[in-house]
Design a protein around this ligand. Structure first.
Ligand code: SAM
Length: 257
């Protein structure tokens, strides 16, 4: 697949290869805009947070691998976790810290935290960006204490995912163009097997944005575009379960004792 330009730099777009992490620097101003290029990450963060149980002990730790700008943080409010985020991208971590996340700049494949430190590990929209995703899965499982919960969402390694998530979604204002390298998409069965190898029985659920909600959001966004500074009012589109895991899927699993 051809390399594309990452849109959004104020000095004009520069041409970066697909999945180049520098795209997140060029798009740094988009993270917290509800109508921005990362809008769908907000919807997914809400759905992911719904898989996180309330903390069962004081000082419980949630490690958010590939935390980006900390979009999960508002959805964890009241659940009782210390939220630690690990990410490669400094410009995103600065924003995550502003939203109450304790940040560590680092690679999800070599996390500088001790074995079994986490009550919950989250890997939201991360694995499809990591060339050695099994290594990131091994790290996620290593960090979990026995009984700890792994939550994640990612894109499946299927022809349908390449069409929907790259050819279609990257032409919509909900997903930045060039952010995905479809060669890195994560085969769902291989992911389940890898988690099992590391003591986590991962259960999968296909998910998708609610179509009516997305259409209403696109309409509100188009209307707001006529008014400088306006943000689309109304509820963000919901992420709903779907029978097929062929495109986008969530996983939840508990680490064996
Ligand atoms: C699509 S964003 C998802 C961010 C966040 N989880 C969310 O859902 O809002 C992917 C994030 O993963 C980070 N990332 C990519 N590869 C990484 C790696 N090997 N280690 C740590 N972070 C990584 C990027 O910097 C980016 O912030």
């Amino acid at each position: 697949m051809r390399d594309v330009a990452a849109a959004g730099a104020s000095t004009g777009p520069r041409v970066l290869p697909r999945n180049d992490p520098r795209q997140y620097d060029d798009l740094a101003g988009e993270w917290w805009r509800p109508d921005g290029a990362f809008a769908m990450l907000h919807w997914l963060a809400e759905a992911r947070a719904a898989l996180v149980p309330p903390a069962t002990r004081a000082g419980a730790l949630l490690v958010d691998l590939g935390c980006g700008a900390g979009l999960l943080a508002p959805h964890l409010a009241g659940k009782g976790y210390r939220h630690v985020g690990v990410d490669l991208t400094r410009s995103a971590l600065v924003q995550a810290a502003e939203h109450g996340v304790s940040v560590i700049q680092g690679d999800a494949t070599a996390v500088p935290l001790p074995d079994g430190c986490a009550d919950v590990v989250s890997a939201g929209e991360l694995l499809e960006h990591v060339p050695d995703w099994p290594r990131a899965v091994a790290e996620a499982c290593r960090l979990l204490r026995p009984g700890g919960v792994l939550v994640l969402d990612t894109l499946n390694d299927t022809a349908l995912a390449r069409i929907v998530a790259v050819r279609i979604a990257e032409r919509l204002p909900t997903v930045p163009r060039g952010i995905h390298d479809p060669r890195l998409f994560v085969d769902a069965r291989a992911l389940v097997a890898e988690c099992a190898r590391h003591g986590v029985d991962l259960r999968l659920q296909g998910i998708r944005p609610q179509v009516v909600g997305v259409l209403a959001w696109l309409l509100r966004r188009a209307r707001a575009a006529g008014t400088p500074g306006a943000v689309p009012a109304g509820r963000a589109p919901r992420i709903v379960p779907t029978r097929s895991t062929a495109v986008l899927y969530q996983g939840r699993g508990v680490r064996k004792g």
